[in-house]
Design a protein around this ligand. Sequence first.
Ligand code: 13P
Length: 302
Amino acid sequence: MLLTGTDALTDAAREGRAIPGFVAYNLETVQGIVAAAEASDTPVLLQAGSSAFKHAGREALMGLALDAARRSPAPIGVHLDHSRDLDEIAACVDAGYTSVMVDGSHLPFAENIVLTRQAVRRAHAAGVWVEAELGALAGDEDVSTGATAPGSSMTDPAQAAEFVAATGIDALAVAVGNVHGFTTEPVRLDLPRLERIRAAVPVPLVLHGASGLPEPQLLGAVRRGVAKVNVNAELRRAYLAAVASTLPDATGGADVVATWGGGPGRGGGHGPPDRRATGVGGRGLIPHPAPSRPQSICGSAA
Ligand code: 13P
């Protein structure tokens, strides 16, 4: 079912939990995320777009993410991640997305406010909640660059308060030493800064770059008001590892449906799963996040 509104987010913030936002690129990653949401019975945000629209096509990916969320018994929000484009935001809002992230973090402060305000006006008119970012993260949303966090562009607590008040956003993505993608050295978050941000702003906080983050750091962030954590690189790695291990076995005559995991091994009723036919763990190329990470963050971090 579609998870709409901010209640799940604000409940999570109040109860010291976080909702995972998982990035999806295609049919198989959408299916994997939905399967994990159903297995773990927790609210999940399925983050479909904006970079993935270039691969899958906006209408196609929007449609399959929304359809998968609506059909699932699990509460699943469909979220637009990292968009700088007001037309794209409007298209997702019109299609039925339950939340959007407007990313003006690359802009000077005043311009970030202007862009974010426009997105908020558009989204709120349709009952869609908005996440925005202040401060800049190192790394890349779609590949692991081994980046380290720059010390200079972390979120300033006083500026964060001004930003939230001026824009009316529902959730604030922070830069507190977090990095997109896997890093060569373990990331250490500036948790005291996170505490100051939490004390300064009235909305739940979002932590991007959760992949590879040491568990104590992640739980420390959740304890300090992070109510949504974004995970991409860990799922990407699982998906690509499944692709790499499965495709060498597929010949020109192989069954594409079975190779991609849509038949045997997915309850297709064609007999017992076979690793060669259905891919890794009998699940084909569908990543099975069932992540230790989401379970630990979805439960109370107190
Ligand atoms: P990771 O790839 O580090 O998990 O970051 C994901 C993210 O923040 C997507 O917005």
